[in-house]
Every structure is written in structure tokens, then in C-alpha cells.
Design a protein around this ligand. Structure first.
Ligand SMILES: *Cc1c(COP(=O)(O)O)cnc(C)c1O
Length: 400
């Protein structure tokens, strides 16, 4: 039975046991230890009575692939157990999850307030597209709760943030965030993609909606796209219903990959965290590095918040190269031998990029300054390679 008043479920087992076994049937079709991949778009009924039983909710089963598939149900149960949420709703990408949640929750004349370091595509969706349906978007400086409170009006429906943010790794004080939302009767949403349920537990703080791009650490192998929204069963029902209309759902093959990736989730996170911390400390001590953005080092603005609320600090690090123009910075990016140049994060392979080039090449210098994107900035998404190999590689690249 679902308790609609309880939104955070106590974890009954450890994270790794949950990510390996959670949500799965003990005995599976064909007596296999793995779940099957059902390559089908539709599901058949034995007779008319079976159709009627299904419609009357007497027979839980699949009907048509746009509404769900067996693999996706397993992964949703697993992710809900890992997050400590009642319900998970999976999508074909992280952005589909964010769009799906906003479309299901927001009506004409509603307002949303964003912390401004949120993923730029989610802000773009609200500013450029939800505005066409009469939704008003406010953006305030990340972590400025006074500004966020001032932006709240009687029409405000949702407060939105990411934590940590990308590429500055700002961390949000979730107690303040939830308190602000509750005091004004406004729902809260956190995009916790960079943290994962291993490092941050937003539902336990009372956040209403947690979103992840499962493309990143949850899938973990740079080989799939998926997204998820998690929350109470009551809040997730209309979200899941709209997904069935949008059709923004992954197919059975992708769900198999995600389930397989999740089996090693905690092991991978331990190495991502270890590599992130070790590389951040190494970079801080290097004479060619000007500034390191990583919530696990004391010099970071939000170190105290991160230390208090996070189990680990993840694999993403941003740093600036001392006295370097964009070209000298690019030379460092080009000199590393292990990381591959590319966007994204959270996979086993370390990725590196210069935000100026990869994401802000067409932005104006004014906009880049506003968003804090410096020419000499490098973003590293640590994979799970051996820590010593990564450190040695960055040492040779910086000394080159
Ligand atoms: C990648 C990412 C997204 C978008 O996810 P996709 O799976 O690429 O659609 C949203 N938020 C954050 C923080 C991300 O890193």
C-alpha cells in the first residue's frame, strides 16, 4: 500500500545491494539471472475478457510500448529504491524528463524561479518555450535565497535548482531550499545529476522532485541516453500519464543497458569520487593552475555545505590555467593522453573540454562573463581509470 504522506522511504538495504537486486523479480523468465529484453512494441491479450480485466486494473501487465515496457518498470523500481523515493518515472533523456515534469506541473500564468546555474537547456525550455504557454520564468543568482524569496509571487509553482551545478560546482543548502518552498507553499525540484543518490539524498530533505540525467553516472558507460523524475506516488501519477502521451520513453534495449550499468553503480561512484578528489587536490597544488572548482576542497565557496550534505563530491572538476589565453588553455586540453575530448560526464571514460569552445563558442563575451565562463577554463569529468595514471597524465600535460 502506498502512503501518500510519506515521500521519503528509509533504505532497507545498502546502496550496492539495492542497485544490484532492487526492483527485480527473484525468479525470472527462462530461469535466467538477468531480465530479458522483450523486443516488442505491442502486447497481446489471450481473449476479450483479458482486455476487460486489464482495463479494470485486475490484471497488471503491459499494453503498448509507448506506455511502458517490462524492463523500464524494473529499472524504475530499482531507481526509486536507490533514491529513497516512492516512485520513479523514466524518460528517453534527461531533458525529456525535465520537459515532462514541467509540462505536467505548470499551467498558464504559473511562475517558476530558477537558480541561474541550472542546466542551460532546462532554463532555455522555460524561457523560450513555456513562455509561449503563459508560464513566467525568473532566474536569480545561485545560492541567493533572499533573491529567490523576493522572486516568489502568489503564482509561483516551483523552485528549481541543480546541485552541484555545472561547471562551477555550486552546492545548494537543501534545508534552506525546502524551508523556503514550504513556507510559501511552492514545490521544489532538484536536478541532482552531478551528485547521484550515492552522494546526495534530496528526498530526505523534503525536496518534492528529484531529476537525473541517467545518461551520466546512472548509466555510467557513455553508451545510452535516459532521464528520470522521482517523487511521491501521488505527484508522479500525472507525470507518468503525460509521458504516455508524449512518448518520451526508452525502448527495451536501452533499459537493459541502464539496468546493467546500475549493477556497478556504487563501485563506480567510489572511484569517480576518489579520482575527483585526488585530481582536484593535485590541481590545487600545481603552479600552472589558477583556481579549482570542486566542492570537496576547502577553497570552494560551498565546501561547508558540501561537507555537511554530501557523501562524496563526484567526478566533475573545473579549473583555470594561470596566465593562459584560450589557445594556451586548449594546448593543455590537447596534451592529455587519457581523457577524451567531449561533452557529457559520468561515464567510465574520463572526458575533458574547454567550456568556452565546447558550449559557449557562439555566446557573446558579455554573456560568457555573466555566466562565469572564462577563456582559460577546463572541465574534467573523471572516469574510473587508475588515479595515479590520471594524475601523471595531467602532470605531463601541464608541464608540457
Ligand atoms: C546532461 C544533463 C542534463 C540533460 O540530460 P540528457 O540526458 O543529456 O538529456 C540535464 N541536467 C544535467 C545536470 C546534465 O548534466
Amino acid at each position: 500500500m502506498t502512503d501518500h504522506h510519506r515521500t521519503s522511504l528509509p533504505p532497507s538495504r545498502g546502496m550496492s545491494t539495492t542497485s544490484v537486486h532492487g526492483g527485480e523479480a527473484r525468479q525470472k523468465p527462462g530461469d535466467a539471472i538477468t531480465d530479458p529484453v522483450f523486443c516488442t512494441s505491442t502486447y497481446t491479450f489471450e481473449n476479450t475478457q483479458a482486455v476487460i480485466d486489464f482495463i479494470e486494473h485486475k490484471l497488471p501487465r503491459e499494453e503498448y510500448g509507448r506506455y511502458g515496457n517490462p524492463g523500464q518498470r524494473v529499472v524504475e523500481r530499482k531507481l526509486a529504491a536507490m533514491e529513497g523515493a516512492e516512485q520513479a518515472v523514466l524518460y528517453s533523456s534527461g531533458m525529456a524528463a525535465i520537459v515532462g515534469l514541467f509540462m505536467s506541473r505548470l499551467n498558464a500564468d504559473d511562475e517558476v524561479v530558477f537558480f541561474d546555474e541550472c542546466y542551460h537547456r532546462s532554463r532555455e525550455f522555460c524561457v523560450k518555450h513555456l513562455s509561449r504557454f503563459g508560464v513566467v520564468t525568473h532566474q536569480v543568482k545561485t545560492g541567493d535565497f533572499e533573491a529567490m524569496e523576493k522572486a516568489i509571487t502568489p503564482r509561483t509553482k516551483m523552485l528549481v535548482s541543480e546541485s552541484p551545478t555545472n561547471p562551477h560546482l555550486s552546492c545548494i543548502d537543501l534545508e534552506k531550499f525546502v524551508e523556503l518552498g514550504r513556507r510559501h507553499g511552492v514545490e521544489t525540484m532538484i536536478d541532482a545529476t552531478l551528485a547521484t543518490p550515492h552522494n546526495l539524498r534530496p528526498i530526505e530533505y523534503g525536496v518534492d522532485y528529484v531529476v537525473h540525467s541517467a545518461t551520466k553516472y546512472l548509466g555510467g558507460h557513455n553508451d545510452l541516453l535516459a532521464g528520470v523524475v522521482l517523487g511521491s506516488a501521488e505527484k508522479m501519477l500525472p507525470v507518468a500519464n503525460l509521458r504516455g502521451i508524449m512518448g518520451a520513453i526508452s525502448g527495451p534495449h536501452c533499459m537493459y543497458l541502464l539496468q546493467r550499468g546500475l549493477k556497478t553503480f556504487e563501485l563506480r561512484m567510489q572511484r569517480h569520487n576518489a579520482n575527483g578528489l585526488a585530481l582536484a587536490r593535485f590541481l590545487e597544488g600545481h603552479s600552472r593552475v589558477e583556481k579549482v572548482y570542486y566542492p570537496g576542497v576547502e577553497s570552494h565557496r560551498d565546501y561547508e555545505i558540501a561537507r555537511r550534505t554530501m557523501h562524496g563530491f563526484g567526478g566533475l572538476i573545473t579549473f583555470t590555467v594561470r596566465d593562459a589565453d584560450w589557445r594556451a588553455t586548449a594546448n593543455v586540453v590537447d596534451a592529455v593522453k587519457i581523457p577524451r575530448i567531449g561533452p557529457s560526464l559520468g561515464g567510465v571514460e574520463t572526458l575533458i573540454e574547454q567550456p568556452l569552445i565546447m558550449s559557449y563558442f557562439e555566446a557573446s563575451p558579455d554573456d560568457r562573463a555573466k555566466w562565469g565562463i572564462a577563456d582559460n577554463m577546463i572541465r574534467v569529468a573523471c572516469g574510473i581509470e587508475d588515479t595515479d595514471d590520471l594524475l601523471a597524465d595531467f602532470a605531463q600535460a601541464l608541464d608540457a
